[in-house]
Write a new protein. Structure first.
Length: 157
């Protein structure tokens, strides 16, 4: 006699053995909350042996950004790139694999695209960004990521 398990039609059963977290996407924009998300990501990845995909993205939209010279734009990019290299050095010291991804696109779209491309199991983002426009749209990136993500998202204050 064979055993079968009966379940109600349409009921969902949890996976018997959940897949371990192998990849974490962390959004970084230079803000304090995104720096805390990086720190949390390194701790989690260190405990689980996961890889971090550190994502920075931005787009200059003339309707919400003050006019800037090419030198000012380059300075912002250089500052963020240096900060991301510092985060990478922290990850290296913790024995965590970290890949830096920079994109010229909307931040939420870039974070979600990197998650899809890598198959990462978790996304970490800060509560709000650095840009002046973020004061008008508090947490718009984190809200957009939560609304559209297909994996768990942790928002770090």
């Amino acid at each position: 006699m064979s055993e079968t398990s009966a379940s109600a039609p349409g009921s969902k059963r949890p996976d018997p053995v959940p897949r371990p977290i192998q990849g974490i996407v962390v959004g970084y924009d230079g803000s304090e909350s995104s720096a805390r998300a990086c720190s949390m990501g390194i701790r989690i990845a260190g405990l689980l042996g996961a890889e971090i995909h550190l994502v920075h993205a931005g787009e200059l939209r003339p309707e919400i950004v003050e006019p800037r010279t090419e030198e000012e734009i380059a300075s912002v990019h250089d500052t963020v790139a240096a900060a991301m290299q510092l985060v990478k050095s922290y990850a290296d010291r913790a024995g965590v694999r970290l890949r830096i991804v920079s994109r010229e696109s909307a931040p939420a779209a870039a974070i979600l695209a990197v998650q899809e491309e890598t198959g990462a199991d978790l996304i970490l983002v800060g509560t709000r960004g650095l840009h002046a426009a973020s004061k008008l749209f508090l947490g718009s990136v984190s809200s957009d990521v939560v609304a559209r993500a297909r994996v768990p998202v942790t928002i770090v204050p």
